[in-house]
Design a protein around this ligand. Structure first.
Ligand code: XLS
Ligand code: NI
Ligand code: NI
Length: 442
């Protein structure tokens, strides 16, 4: 491949300079090459760049058009603009030292007038991506299909009242699975963009959920038929764009998957901002997925405490991230998943270097949180506290409860004859919060 011209000529590959560095374009906590437990930090964290935000985000909002103008967005032929944009993207991935990227089909290639034309455009960009992956060593964490932007999907894709739209979406996902496989994607994500409703006055909720399940079964079958081995992930979100989305949160996602016999085939891609929109903490969603053995991957971002929508900001809240990391480490890590920066620049952050600052901060925050969480786990105080709190289930009748070897009659007899009134014990929340504060600021 010929050496392309630099799109970020003034920015060199970001180096790790340590916590004391005053260089804004250096990592303070994320040293990708640092070896921890026999694996590099890069391998532990598996950071990924979201193509849609980093390279398709222009800063538009409902009150005005884009503000971000990139120098490579020039020319008349949309396919060649898309190729140059992708060159810039891979230059960025390499300079920011992200081992992975993620995309929607329509992020990387322009949609044509027909599905056949869209597929042809996509094939051209997939060939280009394949060359760039090869040249840079950057890999695909996951692929997905955009089933929400085009007006045909205004009432949903798999949950659309019109079977014609369902069929179109099926054809689009068929292709998206093929190209994700072609690029070696390690996962495939289903975010139900408009799989929900605006009003129950025009909605058959039961039929829509049945249709969504039928769609996912077809996707599982098709992936199997083409030998795609990547992990399927559901990305829950309670609302936005629709008023109510069927994949509301992890718990309702688990119920849906189990109801329709799909749970073996799916894990969850948990997004911080979606968790908080559902009225949960990020850590809560991780724990619920992990408890079901379905923790898959993370869409790394943050919402704004004062705003009620998906603001997709870069997360530098070390406390929130450390607690999340604690739960992820306890669950044994993300496996084939990773931390994908589903986060965008604020509308006035218009300089190319802002893209670097944003991701440097994000990567540093997760790396620091990872180290802090490891320290907390190594000290073992928190684990020991929790273990002691449940110790009554380790032996005797407590153990019998856990193993389902006792019943109401036996327990009734026990309470009346021996146990009597339970002795209250403090939950020690304030003590534990202080303990966490000591790790974070000690
Ligand atoms: C939108 C979602 C979306 C998915 C991919 O809120 O986060 O970006 O991650 O379709
Ligand atoms: Ni997301
Ligand atoms: Ni989101």
């Amino acid at each position: 491949m010929k050496k392309a011209k630099a799109h970020f000529p003034r920015i060199r590959t970001i180096a790790y300079e340590g916590p004391k560095s005053a260089n804004a374009l250096a990592f303070k906590h994320y040293n990708p090459d640092e070896v921890i437990d026999g694996r590099t930090l890069s391998d532990h964290l598996r950071f990924s760049i979201a193509y849609w935000h980093a390279f398709r985000g222009v800063g538009s909002d409902p009150f005005g058009p884009g503000t971000i103008v990139r120098p490579w967005e020039k020319g008349r032929d949309p396919v060649s603009i898309a190729k140059t944009r992708m060159d810039a993207a891979f230059e960025f991935f390499a300079k920011i030292r992200a081992p992975f990227w993620c995309f929607h089909d329509r992020d990387i290639a322009p949609e044509g007038r027909t599905l056949a034309e869209s597929n042809r455009n996509l094939d051209k960009l997939i060939a280009h991506a394949s060359d760039l992956q090869e040249a840079t060593g950057v890999k695909l964490l996951w692929g997905t299909a955009n089933l929400f932007s085009n007006p045909r999907y205004m009432c949903g894709a798999a949950t659309n009242p019109d079977a014609h739209v369902f069929a179109y979406a099926a054809a689009q996902v068929k292709k998206a699975l093929e190209v994700t496989k072609a690029l070696g994607g390690e996962n495939y994500v289903f975010w139900g963009g408009r799989e929900g409703y605006e009003t129950l006055l025009n909605t058959d909720l039961k039929r829509e959920q049945d249709h969504l399940a039928a769609f996912l079964h077809m996707a599982v079958d098709y992936a199997k038929s083409i030998g795609f081995k990547g992990q399927f992930l559901i990305e829950p979100k309670p609302k936005e764009p629709t008023k109510h989305q069927y994949d509301f949160d992890v718990a309702s996602g688990i119920a849906f998957l189990r109801t329709y016999g799909l749970d073996r085939h799916f894990k969850f891609n948990i997004e911080t901002n979606h968790a908080t929109l559902a009225g949960h903490s990020f850590q809560h969603e991780i724990e619920v997925a992990a408890a079901a053995g379905m923790l898959g991957s993370i869409d790394a971002n943050a919402g704004d405490e004062l705003l009620g929508w998906d603001t997709d900001q870069f997360n530098t809240n070390i406390r929130e991230l450390t607690l999340a990391m604690l739960s992820i480490l306890k669950a044994g890590g993300l496996g084939a998943g990773g931390f994908n920066f589903d986060a965008k620049l604020r509308r006035p952050s218009i300089d190319p270097e802002d893209l670097f600052f944003a991701h440097i901060g994000g990567m540093d925050a997760y790396a620091l949180a990872f180290k802090l969480a490891r320290r907390i786990r190594a000290d073992g105080k928190l684990d020991a506290f929790i273990a002691a709190r449940y110790a009554s289930y380790d032996t005797g009748y407590g153990r019998a409860i856990e193993r389902r070897r006792t019943n109401f009659r036996e327990l009734n007899r026990l309470v009346l004859s021996q146990l009597g009134e339970p002795k209250p014990r403090s939950g020690k929340q304030e003590y534990l919060e202080n303990l966490i504060m000591q790790y974070l600021h000690g």
